[in-house]
Design a protein around this ligand. Structure first.
Ligand code: AMP
Ligand code: GLY
Length: 422
């Protein structure tokens, strides 16, 4: 089989490494891929958002199966366009992808179908939004409706920050048209859990739970990033919570999407907060998370490509998805300054990594024989062990063997989870 993977980050490296285990694959193309992905796949110079070019490439190369991994091409309708050209795809169509690409759609869906989430109001006029935050409860959360590269959520701890967030989004158009509407929602508290799931629109099979670490610095301080590290499984996701999530959130979401005529096929990501009133949805993503994928897929014992094909064909069943009982920890190594300004072009040196660890490359390119930094999140190192403690300690032992100029990484990935697990 010839496979095409759209995307070029650490998540795509993890997807490619996992599907490579399938014996029927003769070739994998990554569009555009990155300097690390060059090992298992052929990188093609087509950007993840150049979906018509991707379609033409897929038709020309007679691609048997395509995986659309990032949010932007999914929101743009990449799956609709590829399927129309006869290319079989893993990923939701444009109408189902709206569960991520429009926060207003997602919030209204949850309200209509009684799926637990934060209370909220939607505004399309700046004046009424300003009026509302003058008297609302503080802290308050302001969210741009559309995609904003993970930066469209502002937690306002005081009224002035709420007012400036609304101005930035609605007046200065910091996120362009993504800020035409905003969601203003109740501030929730509690541990966060990410649950990725496979669904074919009929059956939903949750993957092993995980915990992202979104802030740039230790102790959950500093600006929000795409994610600085992850652990799996998440000890806050107990059996009891899992059962509640299944009954109150996962199944109702699939049913709601079906009733709306937006059958979701692909990976549906539930960003959850375990509040005093039970689990609530913070966000949906219509795709694998990054860096969640880098801890979840190494623990998957089943054949990923087989699952993806079953999802597309509407033949998903629980028994084809098996996870190991082990734990994983991924530490992201970033360029100094990320998520704000940072420098690129430094050589990455990777020493001898132990057998239970994998290096996933994200923002790097290849120059002659060398790997050179080319992005904010440069790579992630995932270690697997029988215990979470072992995985965390091995991840840190191994990441010390990797270096590049101005590299930084958080030193406390997994520490909250370890306290809970003990
Ligand atoms: P999102 O981009 O929607 O994942 O939001 C980024 C982060 O903002 C989440 O992981 C939470 O930590 C935080 N967040 C989002 N919504 C809320 C909320 N209603 N209450 C508290 N924190 C929130
Ligand atoms: N790690 C969060 C995301 O992928 O959106």
């Amino acid at each position: 089989m010839k496979i095409m993977v759209i995307g070029g980050g650490g998540r795509e490296d993890a997807i490619i490494k996992k599907i490579s285990e399938n014996k029927n694959i003769e070739k994998i193309y990554a569009l555009p891929g990155n300097g690390g992905i060059m090992g298992e796949a052929t990188c093609v110079d087509i950007g993840a958002e150049e979906i018509y070019k991707a379609r033409d490439f897929a038709v020309k190369e007679k691609i048997d199966f395509a995986i659309v991994a990032p949010d932007d091409p999914l929101a743009m309708g990449a799956v609709d366009i590829l399927e129309e050209a006869g290319i079989k795809c893993f990923g939701p169509d444009k109408s189902a992808a709206e569960i991520e690409s429009s926060k207003v759609f997602a919030k209204n869906l949850m309200k209509k179908y009684n799926i637990p989430t934060a209370e909220y109001e939607v505004f399309s006029e700046i004046d009424s939004a300003m009026e509302y935050v003058k008297t609302c409860k503080i802290p308050i959360v302001i969210k741009a409706d559309g995609l904003a590269k993970g930066k469209g959520v502002i937690i306002a701890m005081d009224r002035d920050s709420a007012i400036s967030a609304i101005k930035e989004i609605m007046q200065d158009k910091k996120f362009g048209d993504s800020g035409n509407e905003i969601v203003v929602e109740e501030f929730l508290e509690g541990p966060e859990v990410s649950v990725l799931s496979f669904t074919d629109g009929k059956t939903i099979v949750p993957m092993i739970s995980s915990m992202d670490h979104k802030r740039a610095n230790d102790g959950d301080k500093g600006p929000n990033t795409g994610g600085m590290g992850c652990i799996a499984p998440n000890p806050f996701y107990t059996e009891e919570i899992a059962k509640r999530c299944h009954d109150e959130i996962f199944v109702p979401t699939i049913d709601a999407m079906n009733k709306e005529g937006r059958i979701f096929k692909g990976c549906l990501y539930f960003g959850l907060m375990i509040t005093e009133d039970g689990p609530k949805v913070i966000e949906y993503n219509c795709r694998f998370g990054d860096p969640e994928t880098q801890v979840v897929l190494p623990l998957l014992e089943s054949d990923l490509l087989e699952i993806m094909i079953a999802v597309r064909e509407g033949k998903l069943s629980e028994d084809i998805v098996k996870f190991s009982k082990k734990s994983a920890c991924c530490v992201v190594m970033a360029s100094g300054g990320y998520p704000n300004e940072y420098e690129k072009g430094y050589e990455i040196k990777i020493g001898e990594i132990s057998d239970n660890s994998i290096v996933y490359i994200a923002g790097a390119k290849r120059k002659y024989d060398k790997l050179i930094t080319n992005g904010g999140r440069v790579l992630g190192l995932t270690a697997i062990d029988d215990t979470l403690e072992g995985a965390v300690s091995d991840a840190y032992d191994n990441i010390e063997k990797i270096s590049f100029k101005k590299a930084y990484y958080r030193k406390d990935i997994g520490s909250k989870a370890l306290i809970e697990a003990l």
